[in-house]
Design a protein around this ligand. Sequence first.
Ligand SMILES: Cc1cc2nc3c(=O)[nH]c(=O)nc-3n(C[C@H](O)[C@H](O)[C@H](O)COP(=O)(O)O)c2cc1C
Length: 332
Amino acid sequence: MTRQEKPEILEQGDPAEDAKAFRRTLGQFATGVTAITTATPDGPVGVTANSFSSLSLDPPLVLWSIARTSRSFGAFSEAAHFAISILGENQIDVSQKLSSSSDDKFNGLEWSPGKGGSPVIAGALATLECATETVHDGGDHIILVGRVLHHQRFAGKPLLYAQGQYGVVDEHPAFRTLANAAAPVGDTGPALAEQPLTTLLYLAHHYSSAAFDQHRREENISLAQSRILSELRRRPHLSRTALIGRVYLTEEKVNEALERLAQRAHIETDAQGLVSLTESGHAVAASIRRRVTAYEAEQFAGIPEDKLAITRDVLIRFINGLAHPNETDHAA
Ligand SMILES: Cc1cc2nc3c(=O)[nH]c(=O)nc-3n(C[C@H](O)[C@H](O)[C@H](O)COP(=O)(O)O)c2cc1C
């Protein structure tokens, strides 16, 4: 066992003796930021809250807590409905407005009425329109449990809050090193040139897929969805079974991805159960293809054309050699 250095305790003690220190300890837990709103006869009411948490999938329940001292306490404790807008990284202004002491928090805020008229904030990363399920005592707060009646999710990154500050999501440095490493096998490992070709193929696949993750996120699609779109772009009218065999992922992942693509109207299934891309599916597939082309141009810049042609030729031979005899048209 390695001896770890004992970390220095910055603060400790009884929360009752130093509330600020207690707050700072709680602030070590990073959260997202939500805008929670409700409609009253006197107009919309809203607060910024990071006490939001998911609670139950079935039934669909979420919770959050509001301070008894909050001016909005009365409105929320009596509300039949409330809306939760999960804020995106560009919505610090919304967070600041709704956490301010202004009497006109909604001035300049763009919103539309959701269930029960609760304001749903425009540009949020996700929204949850809720009916108040139960209200519980929570010391100087009350805990509101909401039943989600309608939810929406949009592309983008969340606004974060930790240690009393706003933050943004960034890839973990350990992952970033992995994804962008120029030489994946470190100094201490055997030289890449000594590795079997199959190891190099595996590493090239692993690192390029990780690096391409960002592009998939920007297109708001998963790896499985991306593979399905690309496969259907090359071969329309594929059965589910054929797709499962071609995208090298589990049946569960493929079915989940197909369901999601169908919901977004990127694919359609004909009477024979064969799957094809719709117009919007073609557009996303083409956009990914453009990203792949740009990514390759960047990665292979400076490598002479004849060397790339040899690499391409070797890979095609290798793939066709491995493939089932009647599948040897991968060069097409
Ligand atoms: C990031 C952040 C998170 C917050 N989370 C909560 C919360 O979960 N519950 C709460 O009662 N107040 C929370 N607040 C404070 C309220 O947003 C703030 O007190 C608000 O102005 C209350 O408004 P009101 O007095 O008009 O009701 C938070 C503030 C910020 C900036």
